[in-house]
Design a protein around this ligand. Structure first.
Ligand code: HDE
Length: 717
């Protein structure tokens, strides 16, 4: 005889509601008739077919220890669905994070474009943005050195407009036919399947060193742009030259820029490496927390508008995606703002299934002949079919337009919206259905093109080094040091000496000091000759300060986060003053305590801690304050994690505030002898305010040579 099921796993025990399913689902009316319970009753677990489930803890079996039965359709359906949960991750930009918001137009741009979104000042258009890294897979860490995707979907009244951009305004290659090659080279090597989310390996640098057109982009990727502090502090770029077309069919060339309201900010490499360990979801958590707490990130859409004359006279070909137009030559004009104010309700449904396509443009926006853009316009439709599995991916709510739409496309897998009525074609005699509208519809700009089919790279695309040099000389000294250090680190992971040398030969065309600094660190004894170049590097391009992150940093600490290390007995007045000042600055803070829960302050008040010291290293904060009490300091100093907390904050050139009991901790961390303008004693409430007011500068870069963070040395001559 079968024994009774163990009570600890019985369904009856786990069920919260009435004893039988039918009692829950059906109710007797006054006359004794049975009624279905309303749809709002979500308490009963059902199968996907809607059948109520009696036991979700145990599969159907023969006897106590016998085989499972295939008639268990509930188990079969559940496991079948689970087995099919994954869709292919994006072949590039697999790891990403999205948010909803809106775009608000400043003033009418009717003079340049007939696009409806730009006709009325104050017009608000719903938006969805997905930020991403390029190389890593979906589960990789956020702080990889990589380009960040910055893809914006604007649900305009004339259909979806996708500006599928990056946080870097140029690209590695000039022709879309090379895209599979560059991406294969940066992805894990095909035999070993590593490294993950890293460009520091032979295949990548082999391809790069054989592809001089990538040198400008390489300067950006080796700069701190590739390790942003937050999505909120990044610029975005449409990269290619597009067109705006007005009602008179006149074309103006345009480049798109997104400028973060809170200024630019990146981390340093040593910090990035540690953040990846401490919180691999650092960027997504940052966006989630900012939006959930009502600190909505904001960017301005800025345009560089120019005509054919400007294009003809500019130093480089405006169709070449490896070139920028410096803002100092052609200023950017703000035309609207993008605000992100709502997180998706479901990551998969929205962020994973969103389908961006460069070819989604409304009437009044058009393409240029940039060969990379044109290749992209061809590519993005394929990827949606592959990933989302059906031509009907536009039926998903995240991809569907928010304006009325009518067409005769029908059927296919998972067709959710199906034509009603007789007419599924046009013209028809039934007087049904939509017809095309020459007045409202999209008309491609009638540019006159001529020539024979050829496979070539135009001479106007041949200068590969001048803007790479311009980018480098536009950086501040610390930023230049970081570029040298990044190149050194990346190439130190390359095992094939000839690839390292080939890279140094390219650097010689960009900046000799940079090349010799990297060469020395790589142990290259005889410097190679500069790489052969079709066009010698121009020395006359002026630095563009707009290219420096430090020059474009914030003025205030707003939107940043302070880490306060506190113990029992923490000075309540100081702590409260700090919290008031940092909150007034519209910044956030976290209390880091020796143990989970919190601490009791000097006045007996319980202070909740968000982190225990092991989980809250200083790399997670933009500045830190050390407020151990005199009673606790001996214990605090014994902890390796607290010592690292201080030593790292110092090494990463951050501001450190400290209360009077904290000196032994500064000593233990090796900071006490090197106190500088960024290590600030906080003794009074006034000091707390002054300290917070200074934090907008973010880092004390003058400290960097002392802590040897960038590990560069004297150049080889
Ligand atoms: Fe993409 N790119 N790309 N790309 N790209 C994709 O589309 C492609 C390029 C960019 O958050 C794919 O939906 C080609 C430049 C972003 O969902 C794919 C070429 C720029 C995203 C694709 C490029 C980008 C993608 C993969 C060379 C900056 C993520 C999954 C001609 C201006 C969008 C997908 C998101 C994604 C193709 C080059 C930005 C395969 C062929 C240049 C931000 O279609």
């Amino acid at each position: 005889m079968a024994k009774k099921t163990s009570p600890s796993v019985s369904a009856a025990k786990l069920a919260k509601g009435p004893a039988t399913i039918h009692d829950q689902k059906l109710q007797r009316g006054e006359g004794g008739e049975l009624h279905q319970l309303s749809e709002a009753d979500t308490s009963v677990l059902t199968t996907a077919q809607g059948g109520p489930v009696a036991d979700d803890q145990n599969s159907l079996r023969v006897g106590r220890r016998g085989p499972l039965l295939i008639e268990d359709f509930h188990f079969r359906e559940k496991i079948f669905h689970f087995d099919h949960e994954r869709i292919p991750e994006r072949v590039v930009h697999a790891r990403g994070y999205g948010a909803h918001g809106y775009f608000e137009t400043y003033d009418s741009l009717a003079a340049y474009t007939r696009a409806d979104i730009f006709q009325r000042s104050g017009e608000k258009t719903p938006a969805f943005v997905r930020f991403s890294t390029v190389a890593g897979s979906k589960g990789s860490a956020d702080l990889a050195r990589d380009v960040r995707g910055f893809a914006v979907k604007l649900y305009t009244k004339e259909g979806n407009w996708d500006i599928v951009g990056n946080n870097i305004p140029v690209f590695f290659i000039q022709d879309a036919i090379k895209f599979p090659d560059i991406i294969h080279s940066v992805k894990p090597e095909p035999d070993s399947d590593f490294p993950q989310a890293q460009s520091a390996h032979d295949n990548f640098w082999d391809f790069i060193s054989l592809t001089p057109e990538s040198m400008h982009m390489i300067m950006w990727v080796m700069s701190d742009r590739a390790i942003p502090r937050s999505f909120r502090f990044m610029e975005g770029f449409g990269v290619h030259t597009f067109r705006m077309i007005n009602a008179k069919e006149e074309s103006t060339f345009v480049k798109f820029h997104w400028k973060p309201k809170l200024g630019l900010q990146s981390v340093v490499w040593n910090e990035a490496v540690k953040i990846n360990g401490a919180d691999p979801d650092y960027h997504r958590r940052d966006l989630w927390e900012a939006i959930k707490s009502g600190n909505f990130p904001e960017w301005e859409l800025c345009l560089q508008l120019f005509d054919q004359d400007f294009a003809d006279n500019f130093d480089f070909d405006i169709l070449d995606p490896t070139k920028i137009i410096p803002e100092e030559i052609l200023p950017v004009q703000p035309v609207g703002r993008l605000v992100l104010d709502r997180m998706p309700e479901n990551f998969f449904a929205e962020t994973e299934q969103v389908a961006f396509m460069t070819q989604n443009v409304p009437p009044g926006i058009d393409f240029s002949n940039d060969p990379l853009l044109q290749g992209r316009n061809f590519s993005y439709l394929d990827t949606q079919l592959k990933r989302l599995g059906t031509t009907n991916f536009t039926h998903l709510p995240i991809n569907a337009p928010k304006c009325p739409f009518h067409h005769f496309q029908q059927d296919g897998h998972m067709a959710m919206r199906n034509p009603i009525g007789r007419a599924n074609y046009q013209p028809n005699s039934w007087g049904e259905g939509p017809r095309e509208s020459p007045a409202q519809g999209f008309r491609h700009f009638p540019a006159e093109e001529q020539g024979q089919p050829v496979r070539l790279r135009p001479e106007s695309f041949a200068d590969h080094y001048s803007q790479a040099r311009q980018f480098y000389i536009s950086q501040t000294l610390p930023e230049q040091r970081h570029i040298a250090a990044a190149l050194t680190f990346e190439l130190s992971k390359v095992k094939t000496p000839v690839i390292r040398e080939r890279m140094v030969s390219h650097l010689l065309n960009i900046d000799e000091t940079l090349a010799s600094t990297v060469g020395a660190k790589l142990g290259i004894k005889n410097m190679p000759k500069p790489a052969e170049c079709a066009i010698p590097t121009r020395q006359d391009l002026e630095p563009s300060p707009a290219l420096s992150i430090i020059e474009r940093g914030p003025k205030r600490f707003e939107g940043r986060r302070l880490g306060i290390l506190a113990t029992d007995g923490v000075d309540a007045a100081l702590l409260n003053a700090l919290i008031t000042a940092v909150t007034k600055e519209r910044a956030t803070f976290e209390i880091i305590a020796p143990k989970v829960g919190g601490v009791t302050a000097s006045d007996g008040q319980w202070i909740e801690a968000q982190q225990m010291i092991d989980g809250g290293p200083s790399v997670l904060y933009d500045a830190v304050v050390l407020l151990p009490s005199a009673d606790a300091i001996d214990d605090v100093v014994q902890e390796a994690t607290t010592r690292d907390f201080v030593a790292d904050a110092f090494a990463h050139c951050k501001f450190i505030g400290y209360g009077d009991a904290a000196m032994p901790l500064l000593e233990k961390a090796g900071v006490a002898e090197s106190i500088d303008e960024g290590v600030i004693s906080i003794e009074s409430e006034k000091d707390a305010e002054t300290f917070i007011a200074k934090l907008g500068k973010l880092r004390i870069w003058a400290r960097e040579p002392l802590v040897k963070l960038s590990r560069t040395s004297a150049p080889v001559k």
